[in-house]
Design a protein around this ligand. Structure first.
Ligand code: GLN
Length: 557
Protein backbone atom coordinates (compact mmCIF):
# COMPACT_ATOMS: atom_id res chain seq x y z
CA UNK A 1 0.00 0.00 0.00
CA UNK A 2 1.24 3.47 -0.87
CA UNK A 3 1.53 5.57 2.28
CA UNK A 4 1.80 9.27 1.70
CA UNK A 5 4.68 10.94 3.44
CA UNK A 6 3.47 14.40 4.57
CA UNK A 7 6.42 16.18 2.91
CA UNK A 8 5.48 14.84 -0.55
CA UNK A 9 4.04 17.73 -2.55
CA UNK A 10 0.93 17.34 -4.68
CA UNK A 11 2.87 17.31 -7.93
CA UNK A 12 5.35 14.78 -6.57
CA UNK A 13 2.38 12.65 -5.54
CA UNK A 14 0.98 12.84 -9.07
CA UNK A 15 4.29 11.85 -10.56
CA UNK A 16 4.54 8.94 -8.10
CA UNK A 17 1.17 7.87 -9.46
CA UNK A 18 2.65 7.82 -12.94
CA UNK A 19 1.18 11.11 -14.16
CA UNK A 20 3.72 12.71 -16.40
CA UNK A 21 2.59 16.13 -17.50
CA UNK A 22 5.62 18.35 -18.00
CA UNK A 23 5.37 22.10 -17.57
CA UNK A 24 7.08 24.69 -19.74
CA UNK A 25 6.97 28.32 -18.66
CA UNK A 26 7.55 31.09 -21.15
CA UNK A 27 8.57 34.43 -19.68
CA UNK A 28 9.54 37.64 -21.42
CA UNK A 29 12.20 40.23 -20.77
CA UNK A 30 13.48 43.61 -22.00
CA UNK A 31 10.27 44.73 -23.71
CA UNK A 32 6.73 43.69 -24.45
CA UNK A 33 5.52 42.66 -27.93
CA UNK A 34 8.38 40.23 -28.52
CA UNK A 35 5.93 37.57 -29.63
CA UNK A 36 5.80 35.22 -26.64
CA UNK A 37 2.44 33.97 -27.89
CA UNK A 38 3.82 33.00 -31.29
CA UNK A 39 6.92 31.36 -29.79
CA UNK A 40 4.73 29.42 -27.34
CA UNK A 41 2.35 28.38 -30.12
CA UNK A 42 5.28 27.39 -32.38
CA UNK A 43 6.90 25.28 -29.68
CA UNK A 44 3.53 23.66 -29.00
CA UNK A 45 3.12 23.00 -32.72
CA UNK A 46 6.51 21.26 -32.88
CA UNK A 47 5.71 19.11 -29.85
CA UNK A 48 2.27 18.30 -31.27
CA UNK A 49 3.86 17.41 -34.62
CA UNK A 50 6.06 14.93 -32.76
CA UNK A 51 2.92 13.21 -31.55
CA UNK A 52 2.67 14.70 -28.06
CA UNK A 53 -0.53 16.12 -26.57
CA UNK A 54 -0.05 19.70 -25.58
CA UNK A 55 -2.00 22.74 -24.49
CA UNK A 56 -1.04 26.34 -23.87
CA UNK A 57 -2.15 28.66 -21.13
CA UNK A 58 -1.80 32.42 -20.78
CA UNK A 59 -1.48 34.10 -17.40
CA UNK A 60 -2.28 37.81 -17.60
CA UNK A 61 -1.08 40.03 -14.78
CA UNK A 62 -3.87 42.63 -14.92
CA UNK A 63 -6.69 43.09 -12.44
CA UNK A 64 -9.60 42.73 -14.87
CA UNK A 65 -11.28 39.36 -14.32
CA UNK A 66 -11.02 38.82 -18.08
CA UNK A 67 -10.42 41.03 -21.14
CA UNK A 68 -14.15 41.04 -21.97
CA UNK A 69 -14.62 44.51 -20.56
CA UNK A 70 -11.46 45.92 -22.18
CA UNK A 71 -11.60 48.31 -25.08
CA UNK A 72 -9.86 46.67 -28.08
CA UNK A 73 -7.54 49.70 -28.26
CA UNK A 74 -6.20 48.61 -24.85
CA UNK A 75 -5.65 44.97 -25.50
CA UNK A 76 -6.57 44.04 -29.06
CA UNK A 77 -9.31 41.57 -29.83
CA UNK A 78 -11.12 39.62 -27.14
CA UNK A 79 -11.02 35.97 -28.18
CA UNK A 80 -13.98 33.75 -27.25
CA UNK A 81 -13.59 30.03 -26.56
CA UNK A 82 -16.10 27.19 -27.03
CA UNK A 83 -17.07 27.33 -23.35
CA UNK A 84 -17.76 31.06 -23.61
CA UNK A 85 -14.65 32.43 -21.91
CA UNK A 86 -13.64 35.92 -23.01
CA UNK A 87 -9.89 35.64 -23.32
CA UNK A 88 -6.61 37.11 -24.47
CA UNK A 89 -6.01 37.12 -28.22
CA UNK A 90 -3.02 34.81 -27.78
CA UNK A 91 -5.50 31.97 -27.24
CA UNK A 92 -6.55 32.60 -30.83
CA UNK A 93 -2.98 31.92 -31.95
CA UNK A 94 -2.88 28.76 -29.87
CA UNK A 95 -6.10 27.45 -31.43
CA UNK A 96 -5.12 28.46 -34.96
CA UNK A 97 -1.70 26.82 -34.71
CA UNK A 98 -2.74 23.67 -32.87
CA UNK A 99 -6.28 23.14 -34.14
CA UNK A 100 -7.44 22.39 -30.59
CA UNK A 101 -10.06 24.07 -28.44
CA UNK A 102 -8.96 26.03 -25.42
CA UNK A 103 -11.18 26.98 -22.50
CA UNK A 104 -11.51 29.29 -19.52
CA UNK A 105 -8.72 27.37 -17.77
CA UNK A 106 -6.32 28.42 -20.53
CA UNK A 107 -6.48 32.10 -19.61
CA UNK A 108 -6.19 33.31 -16.05
CA UNK A 109 -5.78 36.90 -14.90
CA UNK A 110 -4.63 38.39 -11.61
CA UNK A 111 -8.20 39.60 -11.14
CA UNK A 112 -9.51 36.05 -11.33
CA UNK A 113 -6.80 34.73 -9.00
CA UNK A 114 -7.61 37.36 -6.39
CA UNK A 115 -11.33 36.83 -6.81
CA UNK A 116 -10.91 33.09 -6.18
CA UNK A 117 -8.75 33.71 -3.10
CA UNK A 118 -11.11 36.35 -1.71
CA UNK A 119 -14.12 34.05 -2.30
CA UNK A 120 -12.30 31.30 -0.37
CA UNK A 121 -11.47 33.73 2.41
CA UNK A 122 -15.13 34.77 2.69
CA UNK A 123 -16.16 31.11 2.85
CA UNK A 124 -13.77 30.64 5.72
CA UNK A 125 -11.60 28.17 3.81
CA UNK A 126 -8.39 29.60 5.26
CA UNK A 127 -9.39 28.67 8.81
CA UNK A 128 -8.44 31.94 10.44
CA UNK A 129 -5.07 32.35 8.75
CA UNK A 130 -3.80 35.71 7.51
CA UNK A 131 -4.28 35.60 3.73
CA UNK A 132 -1.12 36.69 1.91
CA UNK A 133 0.43 36.90 -1.55
CA UNK A 134 2.79 34.09 -0.54
CA UNK A 135 1.51 31.42 -0.06
CA UNK A 136 -2.18 32.02 -0.81
CA UNK A 137 -2.03 33.94 -4.09
CA UNK A 138 0.91 31.85 -5.32
CA UNK A 139 -0.89 28.63 -4.34
CA UNK A 140 -3.94 29.73 -6.30
CA UNK A 141 -1.74 30.53 -9.33
CA UNK A 142 -0.19 27.08 -8.94
CA UNK A 143 -3.61 25.47 -8.81
CA UNK A 144 -4.68 27.31 -11.97
CA UNK A 145 -1.54 26.13 -13.78
CA UNK A 146 -1.68 22.52 -12.64
CA UNK A 147 -5.41 22.13 -13.17
CA UNK A 148 -4.71 21.64 -16.88
CA UNK A 149 -2.26 18.81 -16.29
CA UNK A 150 -4.38 17.29 -13.53
CA UNK A 151 -7.69 17.21 -15.35
CA UNK A 152 -6.43 16.24 -18.82
CA UNK A 153 -3.78 13.82 -19.90
CA UNK A 154 -1.53 16.39 -21.57
CA UNK A 155 2.10 15.49 -22.08
CA UNK A 156 2.99 19.19 -21.93
CA UNK A 157 1.38 22.31 -20.57
CA UNK A 158 3.01 25.48 -21.87
CA UNK A 159 2.26 28.47 -19.66
CA UNK A 160 2.97 31.88 -21.09
CA UNK A 161 3.35 34.59 -18.48
CA UNK A 162 2.10 37.93 -19.76
CA UNK A 163 4.02 41.15 -19.22
CA UNK A 164 7.75 41.57 -18.77
CA UNK A 165 10.00 40.31 -15.99
CA UNK A 166 10.51 43.13 -13.52
CA UNK A 167 6.94 44.42 -13.77
CA UNK A 168 5.41 44.80 -10.32
CA UNK A 169 2.35 42.88 -11.51
CA UNK A 170 4.38 39.86 -12.63
CA UNK A 171 6.10 39.22 -9.29
CA UNK A 172 3.64 36.65 -7.85
CA UNK A 173 3.77 34.72 -11.14
CA UNK A 174 7.55 34.56 -11.23
CA UNK A 175 7.56 33.53 -7.57
CA UNK A 176 5.12 30.73 -8.44
CA UNK A 177 7.42 29.59 -11.25
CA UNK A 178 10.32 29.56 -8.79
CA UNK A 179 8.34 27.36 -6.40
CA UNK A 180 7.17 25.00 -9.13
CA UNK A 181 10.70 24.62 -10.47
CA UNK A 182 11.79 23.69 -6.99
CA UNK A 183 8.92 21.25 -6.50
CA UNK A 184 8.92 19.61 -9.91
CA UNK A 185 12.61 19.40 -10.65
CA UNK A 186 13.18 18.15 -14.20
CA UNK A 187 9.44 18.07 -14.99
CA UNK A 188 9.49 21.82 -15.45
CA UNK A 189 11.59 24.29 -17.43
CA UNK A 190 11.65 28.01 -18.10
CA UNK A 191 12.05 29.47 -21.57
CA UNK A 192 12.88 33.16 -21.42
CA UNK A 193 12.27 35.36 -24.43
CA UNK A 194 14.50 38.41 -24.75
CA UNK A 195 15.57 41.01 -27.25
CA UNK A 196 19.02 41.28 -28.81
CA UNK A 197 18.82 44.74 -30.38
CA UNK A 198 20.92 45.91 -33.31
CA UNK A 199 22.58 49.26 -32.76
CA UNK A 200 22.98 50.81 -36.18
CA UNK A 201 25.48 53.43 -34.95
CA UNK A 202 27.75 50.69 -33.57
CA UNK A 203 26.87 48.24 -36.35
CA UNK A 204 26.45 45.56 -33.68
CA UNK A 205 23.98 43.29 -31.95
CA UNK A 206 23.93 43.98 -28.23
CA UNK A 207 23.59 41.29 -25.55
CA UNK A 208 23.45 43.56 -22.51
CA UNK A 209 19.64 43.89 -22.35
CA UNK A 210 19.42 40.08 -22.38
CA UNK A 211 22.01 39.81 -19.62
CA UNK A 212 20.11 42.35 -17.50
CA UNK A 213 16.82 40.64 -18.07
CA UNK A 214 18.23 37.26 -17.02
CA UNK A 215 19.76 38.93 -13.96
CA UNK A 216 16.35 40.22 -13.04
CA UNK A 217 14.95 36.71 -13.27
CA UNK A 218 17.85 35.39 -11.20
CA UNK A 219 17.19 38.00 -8.52
CA UNK A 220 13.73 36.46 -8.25
CA UNK A 221 15.24 33.02 -7.90
CA UNK A 222 14.58 31.71 -11.41
CA UNK A 223 17.35 30.43 -13.67
CA UNK A 224 16.02 30.20 -17.23
CA UNK A 225 16.84 26.92 -19.00
CA UNK A 226 16.50 28.23 -22.53
CA UNK A 227 16.82 31.73 -23.98
CA UNK A 228 14.94 32.62 -27.14
CA UNK A 229 16.55 35.77 -28.52
CA UNK A 230 14.46 38.00 -30.75
CA UNK A 231 16.70 39.67 -33.28
CA UNK A 232 16.72 41.40 -36.64
CA UNK A 233 20.10 39.87 -37.59
CA UNK A 234 21.58 36.40 -37.29
CA UNK A 235 23.30 35.56 -34.00
CA UNK A 236 26.90 34.49 -34.57
CA UNK A 237 28.40 31.54 -32.67
CA UNK A 238 30.50 33.99 -30.67
CA UNK A 239 27.45 35.95 -29.68
CA UNK A 240 25.56 32.81 -28.69
CA UNK A 241 28.51 31.69 -26.58
CA UNK A 242 28.72 35.08 -24.94
CA UNK A 243 25.02 35.03 -24.03
CA UNK A 244 25.35 31.44 -22.77
CA UNK A 245 28.31 32.31 -20.59
CA UNK A 246 26.81 35.43 -19.03
CA UNK A 247 23.40 33.90 -18.49
CA UNK A 248 24.34 30.39 -17.25
CA UNK A 249 22.66 28.50 -20.07
CA UNK A 250 24.11 25.89 -22.43
CA UNK A 251 25.18 27.36 -25.80
CA UNK A 252 22.68 25.12 -27.64
CA UNK A 253 19.97 26.56 -25.41
CA UNK A 254 20.50 30.03 -26.89
CA UNK A 255 17.89 30.03 -29.62
CA UNK A 256 17.80 32.65 -32.35
CA UNK A 257 14.35 33.99 -33.23
CA UNK A 258 14.93 36.17 -36.24
CA UNK A 259 12.20 38.40 -37.71
CA UNK A 260 10.02 36.25 -39.96
CA UNK A 261 8.12 37.06 -43.15
CA UNK A 262 4.98 35.60 -41.57
CA UNK A 263 4.14 34.21 -38.14
CA UNK A 264 3.42 30.91 -39.88
CA UNK A 265 7.17 30.54 -40.61
CA UNK A 266 8.04 30.54 -36.92
CA UNK A 267 7.49 26.80 -36.22
CA UNK A 268 9.92 26.01 -39.06
CA UNK A 269 12.43 28.56 -37.83
CA UNK A 270 12.20 27.11 -34.33
CA UNK A 271 12.67 23.63 -35.73
CA UNK A 272 15.83 24.72 -37.54
CA UNK A 273 17.05 26.13 -34.23
CA UNK A 274 16.07 22.82 -32.56
CA UNK A 275 14.01 24.50 -29.86
CA UNK A 276 11.82 21.41 -29.54
CA UNK A 277 14.82 19.10 -29.22
CA UNK A 278 16.46 21.24 -26.55
CA UNK A 279 13.16 21.44 -24.63
CA UNK A 280 12.73 17.64 -24.72
CA UNK A 281 16.32 17.03 -23.68
CA UNK A 282 15.98 19.37 -20.73
CA UNK A 283 12.77 17.65 -19.66
CA UNK A 284 14.34 14.21 -19.96
CA UNK A 285 12.08 13.13 -22.82
CA UNK A 286 13.40 11.17 -25.81
CA UNK A 287 14.13 13.77 -28.50
CA UNK A 288 15.08 11.47 -31.34
CA UNK A 289 13.12 11.90 -34.57
CA UNK A 290 11.70 15.07 -36.02
CA UNK A 291 8.46 16.99 -35.87
CA UNK A 292 6.43 16.20 -38.99
CA UNK A 293 5.22 19.53 -40.35
CA UNK A 294 4.09 18.26 -43.77
CA UNK A 295 0.49 19.54 -43.60
CA UNK A 296 1.58 22.78 -42.00
CA UNK A 297 4.12 23.37 -44.74
CA UNK A 298 1.55 22.68 -47.45
CA UNK A 299 -0.43 25.55 -45.97
CA UNK A 300 2.65 27.80 -45.78
CA UNK A 301 3.48 27.04 -49.42
CA UNK A 302 -0.03 27.88 -50.58
CA UNK A 303 -0.03 31.02 -48.45
CA UNK A 304 3.26 32.18 -49.97
CA UNK A 305 2.53 31.24 -53.58
CA UNK A 306 -0.90 32.60 -54.43
CA UNK A 307 -2.14 32.40 -58.00
CA UNK A 308 -4.11 35.62 -57.81
CA UNK A 309 -4.89 38.40 -55.36
CA UNK A 310 -8.03 40.15 -54.20
CA UNK A 311 -8.81 43.28 -52.21
CA UNK A 312 -11.33 42.90 -49.41
CA UNK A 313 -12.49 45.91 -47.43
CA UNK A 314 -12.66 45.45 -43.66
CA UNK A 315 -14.94 48.13 -42.28
CA UNK A 316 -14.51 48.70 -38.56
CA UNK A 317 -14.02 51.38 -35.98
CA UNK A 318 -10.86 50.06 -34.31
CA UNK A 319 -8.75 49.75 -37.45
CA UNK A 320 -5.89 51.88 -36.10
CA UNK A 321 -5.00 48.82 -34.02
CA UNK A 322 -4.98 45.84 -36.36
CA UNK A 323 -4.90 43.44 -33.39
CA UNK A 324 -8.51 44.44 -32.73
CA UNK A 325 -9.51 42.25 -35.66
CA UNK A 326 -6.79 39.61 -35.31
CA UNK A 327 -8.94 36.51 -35.80
CA UNK A 328 -10.70 38.01 -38.83
CA UNK A 329 -7.38 38.89 -40.48
CA UNK A 330 -5.99 35.40 -39.77
CA UNK A 331 -9.17 33.75 -41.07
CA UNK A 332 -8.57 35.54 -44.38
CA UNK A 333 -5.02 34.16 -44.45
CA UNK A 334 -6.35 30.61 -43.95
CA UNK A 335 -9.12 31.05 -46.52
CA UNK A 336 -6.75 32.78 -48.94
CA UNK A 337 -4.25 29.91 -48.74
CA UNK A 338 -7.07 27.42 -49.27
CA UNK A 339 -8.13 29.25 -52.45
CA UNK A 340 -4.52 30.04 -53.45
CA UNK A 341 -5.43 33.70 -53.31
CA UNK A 342 -3.59 36.47 -51.58
CA UNK A 343 -6.20 38.48 -49.68
CA UNK A 344 -5.18 42.09 -49.38
CA UNK A 345 -7.19 43.59 -46.55
CA UNK A 346 -8.09 47.24 -47.06
CA UNK A 347 -8.74 48.67 -43.61
CA UNK A 348 -11.58 51.18 -43.81
CA UNK A 349 -12.55 53.36 -40.88
CA UNK A 350 -16.31 53.17 -40.40
CA UNK A 351 -16.38 56.71 -38.97
CA UNK A 352 -15.09 58.03 -42.27
CA UNK A 353 -17.77 56.50 -44.50
CA UNK A 354 -20.78 58.63 -45.36
CA UNK A 355 -23.63 58.26 -47.83
CA UNK A 356 -21.78 60.66 -50.15
CA UNK A 357 -18.33 59.09 -50.11
CA UNK A 358 -19.20 55.38 -49.69
CA UNK A 359 -18.84 54.61 -53.42
CA UNK A 360 -15.47 56.36 -53.64
CA UNK A 361 -14.20 54.73 -50.45
CA UNK A 362 -15.26 51.23 -51.47
CA UNK A 363 -14.92 51.20 -55.26
CA UNK A 364 -11.65 49.23 -55.33
CA UNK A 365 -12.60 46.40 -53.03
CA UNK A 366 -14.11 43.18 -54.36
CA UNK A 367 -15.68 42.10 -51.11
CA UNK A 368 -16.82 43.96 -48.00
CA UNK A 369 -16.70 42.69 -44.43
CA UNK A 370 -18.43 44.76 -41.78
CA UNK A 371 -16.84 43.99 -38.45
CA UNK A 372 -18.26 43.23 -35.01
CA UNK A 373 -18.38 45.99 -32.43
CA UNK A 374 -20.21 47.80 -29.69
CA UNK A 375 -21.69 51.26 -29.30
CA UNK A 376 -22.63 54.14 -31.52
CA UNK A 377 -19.32 55.36 -32.93
CA UNK A 378 -18.99 54.55 -36.62
CA UNK A 379 -22.29 52.67 -36.92
CA UNK A 380 -23.77 54.94 -39.61
CA UNK A 381 -20.63 54.38 -41.71
CA UNK A 382 -21.06 50.63 -41.33
CA UNK A 383 -24.66 50.92 -42.47
CA UNK A 384 -23.54 52.91 -45.53
CA UNK A 385 -20.95 50.25 -46.35
CA UNK A 386 -23.67 47.57 -46.23
CA UNK A 387 -25.84 49.67 -48.51
CA UNK A 388 -23.03 50.04 -51.03
CA UNK A 389 -22.39 46.26 -51.02
CA UNK A 390 -26.09 45.44 -51.36
CA UNK A 391 -26.82 47.90 -54.12
CA UNK A 392 -23.68 47.16 -56.12
CA UNK A 393 -23.71 43.35 -55.89
CA UNK A 394 -20.42 43.32 -53.98
CA UNK A 395 -19.96 40.13 -51.92
CA UNK A 396 -20.77 40.99 -48.32
CA UNK A 397 -20.09 39.34 -44.99
CA UNK A 398 -21.41 41.00 -41.84
CA UNK A 399 -20.24 39.64 -38.52
CA UNK A 400 -22.29 40.19 -35.35
CA UNK A 401 -22.74 43.99 -35.27
CA UNK A 402 -21.99 43.80 -39.00
CA UNK A 403 -24.98 41.49 -39.45
CA UNK A 404 -27.11 43.77 -37.29
CA UNK A 405 -26.12 46.72 -39.51
CA UNK A 406 -27.20 44.72 -42.56
CA UNK A 407 -30.62 44.19 -40.97
CA UNK A 408 -30.94 47.89 -40.06
CA UNK A 409 -29.91 48.96 -43.56
CA UNK A 410 -32.45 46.63 -45.16
CA UNK A 411 -35.19 47.83 -42.83
CA UNK A 412 -34.46 51.48 -43.59
CA UNK A 413 -33.91 51.29 -47.32
CA UNK A 414 -35.99 48.32 -48.49
CA UNK A 415 -38.74 47.94 -45.89
CA UNK A 416 -39.09 51.72 -45.75
CA UNK A 417 -38.75 51.90 -41.95
CA UNK A 418 -36.60 54.99 -42.06
CA UNK A 419 -36.06 55.19 -38.30
CA UNK A 420 -35.23 51.49 -37.86
CA UNK A 421 -32.32 50.93 -35.51
CA UNK A 422 -30.82 48.66 -32.90
CA UNK A 423 -32.05 49.19 -29.37
CA UNK A 424 -28.38 49.22 -28.34
CA UNK A 425 -27.99 52.66 -29.87
CA UNK A 426 -31.50 54.02 -29.92
CA UNK A 427 -33.52 52.38 -27.13
CA UNK A 428 -36.54 54.50 -28.09
CA UNK A 429 -36.62 53.73 -31.80
CA UNK A 430 -40.10 53.01 -33.17
CA UNK A 431 -38.63 50.09 -35.12
CA UNK A 432 -36.12 48.13 -33.03
CA UNK A 433 -35.30 45.59 -35.75
CA UNK A 434 -32.40 44.57 -33.53
CA UNK A 435 -33.47 44.29 -29.91
CA UNK A 436 -32.13 43.27 -26.53
CA UNK A 437 -32.40 39.51 -26.03
CA UNK A 438 -35.06 38.48 -23.55
CA UNK A 439 -32.59 36.90 -21.14
CA UNK A 440 -30.46 40.07 -21.19
CA UNK A 441 -33.19 42.38 -20.01
CA UNK A 442 -32.42 42.17 -16.29
CA UNK A 443 -28.65 42.03 -16.71
CA UNK A 444 -26.79 45.05 -15.35
CA UNK A 445 -23.20 43.78 -14.96
CA UNK A 446 -21.12 44.21 -18.09
CA UNK A 447 -18.46 41.51 -17.48
CA UNK A 448 -19.08 37.96 -18.70
CA UNK A 449 -22.83 38.45 -19.08
CA UNK A 450 -23.35 38.41 -22.84
CA UNK A 451 -24.54 35.41 -24.82
CA UNK A 452 -21.14 33.76 -24.97
CA UNK A 453 -19.58 30.66 -26.48
CA UNK A 454 -20.71 27.85 -28.75
CA UNK A 455 -24.33 27.19 -29.62
CA UNK A 456 -25.78 24.71 -32.09
CA UNK A 457 -28.27 25.75 -34.68
CA UNK A 458 -30.02 24.59 -37.76
CA UNK A 459 -29.57 25.80 -41.34
CA UNK A 460 -32.45 25.85 -43.78
CA UNK A 461 -31.90 23.81 -46.94
CA UNK A 462 -31.61 25.57 -50.32
CA UNK A 463 -29.91 28.60 -48.87
CA UNK A 464 -26.45 30.10 -49.41
CA UNK A 465 -25.62 29.18 -45.81
CA UNK A 466 -26.45 25.53 -46.51
CA UNK A 467 -24.30 25.57 -49.63
CA UNK A 468 -21.43 27.02 -47.60
CA UNK A 469 -21.61 24.66 -44.63
CA UNK A 470 -22.87 21.60 -46.52
CA UNK A 471 -24.71 20.35 -43.43
CA UNK A 472 -27.80 21.32 -41.45
CA UNK A 473 -26.53 21.41 -37.84
CA UNK A 474 -23.57 23.58 -37.05
CA UNK A 475 -22.05 25.09 -33.95
CA UNK A 476 -20.58 28.59 -33.78
CA UNK A 477 -19.34 30.92 -31.06
CA UNK A 478 -21.24 33.97 -29.90
CA UNK A 479 -20.61 37.24 -28.11
CA UNK A 480 -23.57 39.59 -28.13
CA UNK A 481 -26.53 40.99 -26.19
CA UNK A 482 -28.80 42.05 -29.03
CA UNK A 483 -30.58 39.95 -31.64
CA UNK A 484 -32.73 40.06 -34.75
CA UNK A 485 -36.25 41.07 -33.68
CA UNK A 486 -38.52 38.22 -34.77
CA UNK A 487 -41.55 40.57 -34.88
CA UNK A 488 -40.17 41.82 -38.20
CA UNK A 489 -39.14 38.45 -39.63
CA UNK A 490 -42.15 37.92 -41.91
CA UNK A 491 -41.83 41.45 -43.30
CA UNK A 492 -38.11 40.98 -44.03
CA UNK A 493 -38.69 37.60 -45.66
CA UNK A 494 -41.51 38.91 -47.84
CA UNK A 495 -39.19 41.67 -49.06
CA UNK A 496 -36.17 39.49 -49.86
CA UNK A 497 -33.99 39.17 -46.77
CA UNK A 498 -34.34 35.69 -45.31
CA UNK A 499 -33.30 34.07 -42.06
CA UNK A 500 -31.38 31.00 -43.13
CA UNK A 501 -30.25 29.75 -39.77
CA UNK A 502 -32.26 29.63 -36.61
CA UNK A 503 -31.50 28.35 -33.17
CA UNK A 504 -34.23 25.75 -32.61
CA UNK A 505 -34.15 26.14 -28.84
CA UNK A 506 -34.81 29.85 -28.59
CA UNK A 507 -35.79 30.81 -32.13
CA UNK A 508 -32.92 33.31 -32.42
CA UNK A 509 -32.05 34.24 -35.99
CA UNK A 510 -28.38 33.43 -36.55
CA UNK A 511 -27.89 34.10 -40.27
CA UNK A 512 -29.59 36.47 -42.70
CA UNK A 513 -29.05 36.47 -46.44
CA UNK A 514 -30.43 38.10 -49.60
CA UNK A 515 -31.09 35.39 -52.23
CA UNK A 516 -31.34 37.99 -55.02
CA UNK A 517 -27.81 39.25 -54.30
CA UNK A 518 -24.83 37.27 -55.68
CA UNK A 519 -23.31 36.75 -52.19
CA UNK A 520 -24.72 38.55 -49.18
CA UNK A 521 -24.65 37.06 -45.72
CA UNK A 522 -24.83 38.38 -42.18
CA UNK A 523 -24.01 36.17 -39.21
CA UNK A 524 -24.89 36.85 -35.59
CA UNK A 525 -21.99 34.67 -34.42
CA UNK A 526 -18.22 34.91 -34.87
CA UNK A 527 -16.91 32.46 -37.49
CA UNK A 528 -13.43 33.99 -37.14
CA UNK A 529 -12.93 32.31 -33.75
CA UNK A 530 -13.14 28.87 -35.33
CA UNK A 531 -10.85 29.23 -38.33
CA UNK A 532 -7.54 27.37 -37.96
CA UNK A 533 -4.64 26.54 -40.25
CA UNK A 534 -5.82 22.93 -40.46
CA UNK A 535 -9.50 23.89 -40.74
CA UNK A 536 -10.10 27.21 -42.48
CA UNK A 537 -13.65 28.41 -41.88
CA UNK A 538 -16.11 27.64 -44.72
CA UNK A 539 -17.69 31.11 -44.54
CA UNK A 540 -14.34 32.78 -45.17
CA UNK A 541 -13.37 30.22 -47.83
CA UNK A 542 -16.60 30.87 -49.74
CA UNK A 543 -16.47 34.61 -49.24
CA UNK A 544 -12.97 34.84 -50.74
CA UNK A 545 -13.95 32.47 -53.56
CA UNK A 546 -17.09 34.48 -54.31
CA UNK A 547 -15.14 37.75 -54.30
CA UNK A 548 -12.64 36.35 -56.81
CA UNK A 549 -15.24 34.72 -59.08
CA UNK A 550 -17.66 37.62 -59.09
CA UNK A 551 -14.96 40.20 -59.78
CA UNK A 552 -13.53 38.05 -62.59
CA UNK A 553 -17.00 37.70 -64.10
CA UNK A 554 -17.51 41.47 -63.95
CA UNK A 555 -14.13 42.08 -65.59
CA UNK A 556 -15.04 39.77 -68.48
CA UNK A 557 -18.52 41.29 -68.94
N1 GLN B 1 -23.08 45.16 -29.89
C1 GLN B 1 -23.77 44.07 -30.47
C2 GLN B 1 -24.46 43.20 -29.44
O1 GLN B 1 -24.15 43.23 -28.29
C3 GLN B 1 -22.85 43.24 -31.34
C4 GLN B 1 -21.75 42.58 -30.60
C5 GLN B 1 -20.62 42.11 -31.49
O2 GLN B 1 -20.45 42.58 -32.62
N2 GLN B 1 -19.79 41.21 -30.98
O3 GLN B 1 -25.34 42.45 -29.77
Amino acid sequence: MLTLCPVVTFSQFLSLMGHKTKYIFVTGGVTSSLGKGIISASLAKLLQARGFSVTIQKLDPYINIDPGTLNPYEHGECFVTEDGAETDLDLGHYERFLNIDTSQSNNVTTGRIYQNVIDKERRGDYLGKTVQVVPHITDEIKRCIQILGNTHDYDFVITEIGGTVGDIESLPYIETVRQLKWEMGTDCIVVHLTLVPYLAAAGELKTKPTQHSVKQLLELGVQPDILVCRTEHELTIDLRNKIAKFCNVAPDAVIESIDAETIYDVPNLMQIEELDKVVLDKLGVDSSGEAQLTKWNQFVQRHKNPKTSIKIGLVGKYIELKDSYKSIAESFIHAGAHNEVSVELVWIHSEEITEKNAAAALKDVKGILVAPGFGERGIEGKIQAVRYARENNVPFLGICLGMQCAVIEYARNVLGLSDAHTAEIDPNTKHPVIDLMLDQQDVSDKGGTMRLGAYNCEIKPNTLAFEIYGQPIISERHRHRYEFNNKYKAEFESKGMIASRINPENNLVEIVEIPAHPWFIGVQFHPEYKSTVANPHPLFIHFVKAAVEISQKLEKA
